[in-house]
Every structure is written in structure tokens, then in C-alpha cells.
Design a binder for this molecule. Structure first.
Ligand SMILES: O=C(CO)COP(=O)(O)O
Length: 261
């Protein structure tokens, strides 16, 4: 059984120590008010300069935190990058890799993403890998072909085991930063197709162990419908989770829908 996931990417929206401290304390309180979350995974990706705040507030709780990016190697000459050694040192256990903004704004190649996935798995952390970030709406065979190509290059030379904790976040570029999320039918169908591709590449058993979540303009209004499919293991929240009350509502939808399956 795959564990349901509540994930949130803060990008560079909330950056100061005081803002982050206030927000994280409120979010922790809101999540606590939802009861025991031992059957869920909560992954938060603060703005990189605020990781120490996440450590101070979430260490020892069931809320995990991680970095929005890492250097492709453990250490060395990578000016301006964040080392996985720092993340491990600060108690992080999840790494976001290959977000659409990393690809378009910072020219990340598939080869580089492949190295980051390898490094994360070698260090026994959880990679949360963004996929499907194409600019145009792709469905059916066109989407499947895109995914075959992307996943082949992302996992090149990597042997995946059922016991590895891997999360793929389907984040179509055309639904990021918008008013509305991708239509529910497209999300559910494309998740099914991603799983088919994973099965072809890695075998059914391994494919079934990989988590698939959706991201792109997730809100308290659309969260319930988006997670109402066994193919969707959770959501990757952005802007519409900045208000702790909205974050609570979105989390509640995920918890309710996944527990009732
Ligand atoms: O990119 C996202 C999560 O990684 C989604 O962001 P928005 O929800 O703000 O569109």
C-alpha cells in the first residue's frame, strides 16, 4: 500500500525567518488539529534559506521537510548550489528534483536531473521528481510517448527497488501558477498512463510502489476531486496553501479521500 502524501512547495514566496516561523507554527497547529497523521507522509519544501526554521519547528514531528534542489554531487566545485550533505545535516529527508521552474529558468537538463535522482537514492533520501511538465496539453498516446522518453532519461542507469521511496509529481506546465488546476479527467487519465509507463520500464511490482501526486494550482476547491482516484496518491500544493486555513482544508480533503478508499 502506498502512503498518501501531502506536499507543499514554497518556492521563493516566503523567505524571512520571522515570516517562515509564524507560518510553519500555524501550519503545524492546523495539521495537528486534523488528528493523528501517522498513516500519511507530509513533505514541506521551504524556501532554501529557511530550512533551519523547518528543522527548529518540525524536528521530531511527523512532518518531513526537504530542499527544492540539490547539487548533482555530494560536495565539490558547485558554486551557488545546495549540497545533499547540508540537507542530511539539517535533518531533511526529501529532495525535490526537476521542477518546471528549474528546467525553464535554470536550464536543467535531463542528464543533470538523472544525476540528482541517483545521488538522492544513494543517500537513502526520498526523491520527489516533477514530471510531465510539457507546455502543451498532452493526452493519450502523445502523453504516453512523452512520459516514456522523459522517464527513460530520468532513471537511466538506476535500478529501482520496491523498497525505495520514490515520489513522482505530475506537474503540467500549463497548470502551474494558474487560476485553475488541470481538468480532473486529464489528471486521472494521465496518472494512469504514467503508471503504465512505469510498469513497462520497471515491472508491475516496482511501478505499484512508486507514489504519484499531482501539482499545479491545487486549491481547497479542487483538491477533493483531484485526489478522488486510486491513481492519485496526494497533492503538491503551491500558492493556494499559503493561507494556513486553506492548507488545512486541502490536507483534510486528501486525508478524507485517501482514508475512504
Ligand atoms: O509548482 C507547483 C508546486 O510545485 C504548483 O504551484 P501553484 O499551485 O502555485 O501553481
Amino acid at each position: 500500500m502506498r502512503r498518501p502524501i501531502i506536499a507543499m512547495n514554497f518556492k521563493n514566496y516566503i523567505n524571512t525567518e520571522s515570516e517562515t516561523t509564524t507560518l510553519f507554527k500555524q501550519m503545524k497547529q492546523e495539521l495537528t488539529s486534523l488528528g493523528n497523521l501517522d498513516d500519511m507522509d507530509v513533505y514541506l519544501f521551504p524556501s532554501m534559506g529557511s530550512l533551519h526554521v523547518a528543522r527548529d519547528i518540525f524536528e521530531g514531528s511527523s512532518i518531513s521537510y526537504g530542499s527544492q534542489n540539490i547539487a548533482p554531487e555530494k560536495n565539490g566545485a558547485f558554486t551557488g548550489e545546495y549540497s545533499i550533505e547540508s540537507l542530511i545535516d539539517i535533518g531533511g529527508d526529501v529532495v525535490e528534483i526537476g521542477h518546471y521552474e528549474r528546467i525553464t529558468l535554470f536550464n536543467e537538463s535531463r542528464e543533470l536531473i538523472n544525476k540528482k535522482i541517483k545521488l538522492t537514492l544513494e543517500n537513502e533520501l526520498t526523491p520527489l521528481i516533477c514530471v510531465g511538465s510539457e507546455e502543451t496539453i498532452l493526452e493519450g498516446n502523445a502523453f504516453k510517448e512523452y512520459m516514456q522518453d522523459q522517464l527513460k532519461s530520468y532513471f537511466k542507469g538506476i535500478i529501482i527497488n520496491e523498497t525505495d521511496n520514490i515520489v513522482l509529481a505530475y506537474e503540467p506546465a500549463w497548470a502551474i501558477g494558474k487560476k485553475e488546476a488541470a481538468p480532473v479527467e486529464i489528471v486521472h487519465n494521465n496518472h494512469r498512463l504514467i503508471r503504465e509507463v512505469l510498469s513497462e520500464l520497471m515491472g508491475e511490482q516496482v511501478a505499484q510502489s512508486i507514489h504519484l501526486i499531482y501539482g499545479g494550482s491545487v486549491s481547497k476547491e479542487n483538491a477533493g476531486a483531484l485526489v478522488a482516484s486510486k491513481e492519485v496518491d496526494g497533492l503538491f500544493i503551491g500558492r493556494f496553501g499559503h493561507d494556513p486555513k486553506n492548507f488545512r482544508e486541502i490536507s483534510k480533503e486528501i486525508i478524507m479521500k485517501k482514508r475512504s478508499e
